[in-house]
Design a protein around this ligand. Structure first.
Ligand code: DGY
Length: 330
């Protein structure tokens, strides 16, 4: 019997994924789920064939250079890959794979939850009931804004953006988007989507902005201070992609000053740290905050695990991993 390939798994994985993984590989997922230091990753990687990492691991050039020669591949348990230096991996001849497609719907659901949370003050209302501060129904209490007829502008119209747009259509929102390229005509028609070549012009006209682009060197702070200041006073921002795409400090200042209506955020610029000012704004009912749970469904996690296994297995069997991420995709 040939020995199973050896993996370093940096975090705990759901039990169903762990069981599958242990059938295929010699792998022990991190039992206490503590984030490993670079030195611990290097030590743990000794003699391993591949690394199974997550967005909480910073797989930068310095770490990649120190990896033992036995490591032949890096697979991330995520669709996002901004935590891996793809150019450094390529230089070392290490393919990188991710888990696209299987978390699209879960993330799109959370975007809608945040939109409704922000526009209809869902969490403020829930807290009022929970804290027993709600007195009675009133004509002026907890007034939010309608979703129907509002203009929803997407920054990024890939798989997840499109899935959010499909849901948003059911709420009567008008779909607008800025993307590197317009989507295929059949998709634009299905979504009734208007393409804006100019991000600035779109931002200045929307009621809600949904951030759905990957975080790459090219999209870092693309929603810069200058651009955020273009937003209308009544506008909300929803971000289920990555915090680094927006200038979070400026976003906070604009909400504090009442220059933007509010935000619904699942991701943060300095994750897992959340700016205390955002927490204060959440207490004041100005923003809705979730703990990066866009892809957190049981079904999604199992499918992500399946993708990771297939990618590593395929590569170690001398074929191209189906979800290889290339630096040219940035
Ligand atoms: C991903 O897969 O990139 C998600 O953000 C993790 O939830």
């Amino acid at each position: 019997m040939t020995a199973k390939p050896k993996l370093l798994v940096t975090r705990r994985l759901p039990p169903a994924v762990t069981d599958r993984l242990m059938k295929e590989f010699d792998a022990v997922p991190n039992p206490d789920d503590r984030i490993l230091s670079p030195d611990e990753i290097i030590a743990g990687a000794a003699g391993k064939d591949a690394l199974l990492v997550t967005p909480s691991d910073k797989v930068n050039a310095a770490l990649i250079e120190r990896l033992p020669a036995s490591v032949k591949m890096i697979a991330t348990f995520s669709v996002g890959h901004e935590h891996i230096d793809l150019a450094a991996a390529k230089k070392r001849g290490l393919p990188v794979s991710n888990t696209p497609d299987v978390l699209t719907d879960a993330t799109a659901d959370i975007a809608l939850l945040l939109m409704l949370g922000a526009a209809r003050r869902a969490y403020e209302g829930e807290r009022a009931v929970r804290d027993a501060t709600w007195k009675s129904w009133s004509t002026t209490y907890m007034l939010g804004v309608h979703m129907t007829g509002k203009r929803l502008g997407f920054f990024g119209m890939g798989r997840i953006g499109q899935a959010v747009a499909r849901r948003a259509r059911a709420f009567g929102l008008q779909i607008h988007y800025h993307n590197r390229r317009p989507v295929a005509p059949v998709i634009a028609e299905e979504l009734g989507a208007t393409y804006w070549e100019s991000l600035d012009q779109m931002l200045a006209r929307m009621d809600i902005i949904s951030v759905n682009c990957p975080h790459t060197p090219a999209t870092y702070h693309l929603l810069s201070a200058r651009r955020l200041k273009l937003l209308r006073k009544e506008a909300y921002i929803v971000n289920t992609a990555r915090g680094g795409v927006t200038d979070e400090d400026t976003l906070i200042k604009l909400i504090e000053a009442g220059d933007i209506a509010g935000a619904g955020l699942d991701v943060y610029e300095h994750e897992p740290a959340v700016n205390p000012k955002l927490v204060r704004l959440a207490r004041a009912g100005k923003v809705t905050l979730l703990p990066h749970m866009g892809s957190a469904t049981i079904e999604g996690r199992v499918e992500m695990g399946e993708k990771v296994i297939i990618n590593i297995r395929t590569f170690l069997d001398n074929h191209k991993p189906p979800d290889r991420v290339l630096p040219s995709m940035l």
